[in-house]
Write a protein of this length. Structure first.
Length: 507
């Protein structure tokens, strides 16, 4: 074929053929100009990244995202894009100096130029927040996001999009922009997951229907992509009690590619939140912390992730990620993690499931394999939990774990425990700040703590623990003094040492 006199993207397709085996899409052999990476990028989008008349590759929030029929929109690393580009370019043709068609020479420099061009050729506005419908503007060729009606709630599954209200399945399409999808295919009438139900209702929680209902709601919550309930699932129990099995089923349900397994201490390190970008589930399988762990930073990061905030997430060698994290946190442990939070917000976010039976020495080696075979039925079971959650608007909190929640509240804040044990609250109460501080220091010493508390530190913590308490200045004749209004020491509650140290006049 002779040159047509233009050194842009050649419109003529030399031939079309399948490239290799098992390629995602049909490989087209095209004529490319190596001096025009912009034209090459558009050719790649046209021939390799199209479905339902929409492109399936987007550059969104400083990263590439690719849509696949089974898996939906997924983050694509630059190396992953290189792995796709090299064989595609190698199958193309270019013109030699003598104007003959020769195989395209795909080298690092050329591929890098094409990737750079793809960033500009496939943009998706960072303002677009999934889930949404992608709409193509025929004039500009740009994609825009349109929020679906609130009456329609879709869950992406392995073979399409499931409308929750009527359980109606739509075929997969890149038009529904969502960054989570279960690989499990939806079945209208899957086999009942009898082994799964036996595992929950007989092995783990034989007399705790609330815990089973809570887990069902949570697994539906994972499938939904929602983050608005601002909760963290905390599973506590002895060794070999089933925590790992629960984690394995959750991971398989949302898809291993959507799961990240950070250590609890790693959340407090620089770039600690980077692995959570684009993930559905962040599974912390061991909540133990070393002496050097930054506990306050860990608490802050957990509150940030569970709160649906939009922090600037630092990434190594990349711009900061700006957007809501879709990952939901699940923390599993044999003991309550020693994390402090004066405000009590950390404990309030915890949705606690308690296990009591250890199967050490009695493990069922075939249990996980049996549960994996029941995933279609477990998917339908979890969708039922999501519908239950949407009706109630909140998670079921098991009564069996209420004491653990209280312990987490108390251990998260020394001052909160002190107020609960030694003080009375109410608008009619008041006390001398020095007396309260002295009693608090004595109480800490009685607990084995050598912590020194300044007056300023006590005031800041007290405002977080008891927002209604005010520090006011009052006049006693010609003298002025400060008081805390809304709280007082109760000698009947306080330990003898604390009561003695705080024995200054109570008002």
């Amino acid at each position: 074929m002779k040159a047509n006199g233009k050194r842009g993207l050649r419109a003529a397709i030399v031939n079309a053929k399948h490239f290799g085996g098992g390629n995602r899409v049909r490989q087209l052999e095209v004529e490319l100009d190596p001096r025009n990476p912009w034209a090459i990028a558009n050719s790649y989008l046209l021939h390799e990244c199209r479905s339902d008349n929409l492109r399936t590759l987007c550059y969104w929030r400083d990263g590439f995202w690719r849509w696949e029929a089974e898996g939906g929109w997924q983050p694509l690393s630059e190396q992953g894009l290189r792995d796709d580009l090299y064989p595609w370019l190698a199958a193309a043709k270019e013109r030699s100096r003598s104007d003959d068609l020769i195989p395209f020479k795909a080298n690092r420099e050329r591929v890098t130029h094409v990737i750079d061009a793809l960033r500009s050729a496939s943009p998706l506005s960072a303002d677009i927040e999934p889930p949404c419908n992608l709409v193509l503007d025929p004039q500009s060729g740009k994609l825009f996001g349109s929020k679906p009606p609130t009456s329609i709630f879709m869950v992406p599954v392995g073979n399409g999009h499931l409308e929750i209200g009527g359980l109606v399945l739509s075929p997969p399409s890149p038009r529904y922009f969502v960054t989570h999808a279960t690989p499990i295919r939806w079945m209208d009438e899957p086999p009942v997951p009898t082994r799964w139900l036996k595992f929950l209702t007989e092995d783990i929680w034989p007399n705790d229907g609330q815990a089973v209902r809570c887990l069902r709601q949570w697994m539906g919550y994972l499938l939904s992509g929602r983050t608005d309930l601002h909760s963290v699932l905390f599973v506590i129990g002895p060794k070999r009690s089933g925590k790992g099995t629960l984690g394995a089923v959750m991971s398989a349900l949302v898809g291993e590619r959507n799961v990240v397994r950070p250590g609890l201490s790693s959340l407090g390190r620089p770039f600690g939140l980077e692995p959570l970008v684009g993930k559905t589930l962040a599974l912390v399988s061991d909540a133990r912390l070393g002496d050097r762990a930054d506990r306050s930073e860990i608490v802050e990061r957990i509150l940030t992730v569970s709160g649906g905030d939009n922090p600037a997430i630092e990434r190594k060698f990349l711009p900061s990620y700006l957007g809501t994290l879709s990952a939901r946190l699940v923390i599993m442990s044999n003991e309550i993690p020693p994390l402090e939070d004066t405000s009590g917000a950390f404990a309030s976010r915890m949705l606690v499931l308690r296990m009591t039976e250890s199967y050490a020495g009695r493990e069922d080696g075939g249990l996980k394999e049996a549960l994996m075979a029941e995933l279609p039925g477990i998917l339908r079971w979890a969708i039922g939990g999501l519908r239950d959650l949407m009706e109630t608007g909140r998670f079921t909190s098991p009564d069996s774990a209420s004491d653990i929640v209280q312990v987490m509240t108390d251990t998260g804040s020394d001052l909160k425990a002190f107020v609960s044990e030694c003080c009375d609250e109410g608008p009619e109460n008041s006390c001398d700040p020095a007396a309260l501080r002295a009693a608090y220091i004595a109480w800490l010493a009685d607990q084995g703590s050598r912590r020194h508390v300044t007056s300023g530190a006590l005031g800041r913590e007290l405002r977080a623990v008891c927002p209604h308490v005010r520090r006011v200045q009052k006049r006693d004749g010609v003298l002025r003094h400060w008081e805390y209004e809304g709280i007082r020491l109760n000698p009947n509650k306080a330990t003898p040492q604390a009561a003695q140290q705080g024995s200054m006049p109570l008002r």
